[in-house]
Design a protein around this ligand. Sequence first.
Ligand SMILES: *[C@@H]1O[C@H](CO)[C@@H](O)[C@H](O)[C@H]1NC(C)=O
Ligand SMILES: *[C@@H]1O[C@H](CO)[C@@H](O)[C@H](O)[C@H]1NC(C)=O
Ligand SMILES: *[C@@H]1O[C@H](CO)[C@@H](O)[C@H](O)[C@H]1NC(C)=O
Ligand SMILES: *[C@@H]1O[C@H](CO)[C@@H](O)[C@H](O)[C@H]1NC(C)=O
Length: 447
Amino acid sequence: METVNGGSVSPYKLLFRALSLIPISHYLLILFLVSIVYVYNLLEIHILQDIVGGFRGDSVSLSFNSSSDVYKEVVSKCQLLHGRYLATPWLSSPHLQTILLNVLVKTPSFSYKREIFRTSDGGTIALDWLMNSDVSEASFQVNGTNTVADIPLVIVVPGLTSDSKSPYIRMIAYDMAKHGWNVVVSNHRGLGGVPLTSECFYTAGKSDDLGEVVNYLHRKQPETSLYAVGTSLGANILVKYLGEDGVNVPLVGAVSISNPWDLLIGDRFFTRATMQRFYNRVLGNSLKGAAKLHQETYARLSDWEGIEKSRSIRDFNNYSARIAGNFETIDAFHRWASSARLVTNVSVPLLCVNAIDDPVCTDEAIPWDECRKNKNIVLATTQHGGHIAFFEGMSGKSLWWIRVVEEFLSNLHASPTMSKQQNSDIEHEFCKHAPAEIEDQAELTIW
Ligand SMILES: *[C@@H]1O[C@H](CO)[C@@H](O)[C@H](O)[C@H]1NC(C)=O
Ligand SMILES: *[C@@H]1O[C@H](CO)[C@@H](O)[C@H](O)[C@H]1NC(C)=O
Ligand SMILES: *[C@@H]1O[C@H](CO)[C@@H](O)[C@H](O)[C@H]1NC(C)=O
Ligand SMILES: *[C@@H]1O[C@H](CO)[C@@H](O)[C@H](O)[C@H]1NC(C)=O
């Protein structure tokens, strides 16, 4: 028998011997526990926090200028924004929420009516309409007193490579239509199954298309109150447009959901951690997939070989948008395309919603100070919710942000001061343009 005395036996040997006496099942158990801790951290799961908090969720944090009329007249009446948000317990992770968004969201079947809109450069945009009358069982058509002009119209701007068919876009469209709104999804150029018909493709900062669509809808239905909702990159494009067109925007109000705000910061964030690198790869691939549908145009205007080799959003933009837009560097493109720099110029009531734990669009990019400077903006943030997800309830069938959009826009539309002043100001501005060729610009096709 070896003895420890006199150092005749290596302590490591003893340690090894001791370790070898522990049953293998205990090792497996330890491995299992370590894996759980790893996955818990990797997926930023917050179920323990939720349990400790008694499943009450976290209160919504609101940032706005103390003299904001948008807050006083509209947001102060929004119960959801003064309540708490609790994530669906089995989705208590921003990653699960984000990754499962398009898997879990279900909407009743409905079909849009498609209108093809031609932009001034000959580009093609698919406008997909869902009218209140398409989904309501006459419940909202209160005794037939509603005319088309009474029904407000909300323009939905989808995210990165999403279009009107994406489950979450279908969900907001259906939900708004159910609540008495007419809805039109403004698909990005080249998305929604339409060809590219001019020497131009859509990029992260392409806000002029949205401007043309909004102006067209305003000219077509000057009596209708127009609103807009943008999600993710669609929110960036929407806010950028609102800032660029300032007081000339003919919208009554707008909502930005999970806006990336600053694409330069967002780009850095994408390289930081395991999960972000994963999203970067996935989103980069989906951009490549979308570009492949229009390979000829991309090849003419940018570097197709580079695009094919791209392994991230940054690469993709570097070889497509940067070259097509003549930007010296990819960072210059990112700065130009960011909506954060235009926040102070937004002149219509705007509600912005971001989750602090959004794993795709980092909270570091949120322009807190600019939002507080601008009296038209109310910024609502939640601790949890992930990226355009905000699942709520045990069943996980409801998305909190969709209810927030509906409540905010309905209160805004009902507010006599907020909803009226905007339209009357703008009407004169746009009457000047009222061209006779509007009808030619658009042809209606059934989708
Ligand atoms: C609609 O008409 C019905 C019966 O004609 C009436 O009972 C109801 O109050 C009306 N609703 C509204 C909102 O005017
Ligand atoms: C701000 O809005 C005005 C119109 O209200 C517009 O003329 C101006 O160009 C906008 N500023 C920027 C930086 O886009
Ligand atoms: C962007 O593309 C150019 C070639 O078009 C290349 O020289 C440059 O290194 C790329 N930049 C990045 C950040 O990948
Ligand atoms: C609120 O708005 C006013 C003017 O519009 C501005 O001077 C002030 O700095 C803003 N407040 C904050 C906290 O940014």
